[in-house]
Design a protein. Structure first.
Length: 196
């Protein structure tokens, strides 16, 4: 069974912000968004893309100066064939991966749009805040706590504009509210972020 083999393959990819738990959340959220929108989607391709879309951010795949989406696209065929994933669906998996980031524009294919929105939503709300705080001092995005708070602010302001499906926009509103509340309270408790 290819799913079990793929899960076994991705086991080492743990990370507080973009590891296997993120992969699973994005898969479940993409399915949920598709259901809410009554969209016909291929669950197999969403599953494969979910567990491989960020592998370009992990050793031994990551390449300096190259977007992690492109690295994942370059490597996913070989991995998918090795776990006996249906060959004819690999093209769709690549399309999903190529547009997954909030800064990328997904294609018009249902799977790619819902997946892009699911991955973007995972940077928003309480889970988005948790992920960003978890990488303080560990990743280039967040050298220190203050930079992480400004990134949360930036995501609050900009990510809602990167959602394509109505279902994701609705969910995005709730997550924006959670971020706003957090930022407002933190501002009050730190003299407008001065004392972070
Ligand atoms: Fe990514
Ligand atoms: Fe991701």
């Amino acid at each position: 069974m290819w799913k079990a083999k793929l899960l076994e393959f991705v086991k080492p990819f743990t990370h507080p912000a973009w590891g296997i738990t993120h992969f699973q959340r994005v898969y479940e959220l993409a399915i949920k968004l598709a259901e809410k929108q009554d969209l016909d989607v291929d669950n197999d391709s969403l599953f494969a893309a979910a567990y491989l879309h960020d592998i370009g951010a992990f050793e031994p795949y990551s390449k300096k100066g190259k977007d992690h989406s492109d690295v994942a696209i370059e490597n996913c065929s070989e991995i998918l064939l090795s776990v006996d994933f249906p060959k004819e669906k690999i093209g769709l998996v690549k399309d999903i991966i190529s547009g997954h980031m909030f800064y990328a524009k997904p294609s018009d294919i249902n799977e790619s749009r819902t997946f892009h929105d699911a991955d973007t939503l995972d940077f928003m709300g309480t889970i988005g805040i948790s992920r960003i705080l978890a990488i303080v001092g560990k990743e280039d995005w967040t050298p220190d706590l203050k930079s992480a708070i400004f990134l949360i602010q930036k995501f609050h302001d900009e990510l809602p504009l990167q959602l394509y499906t109505t279902a994701a926009k609705e969910m995005g509103n709730v997550r924006m509210y959670e971020m706003k509340k957090f930022l407002t309270r933190l501002s009050q408790q730190t003299n407008d972020f001065e004392l972070i």
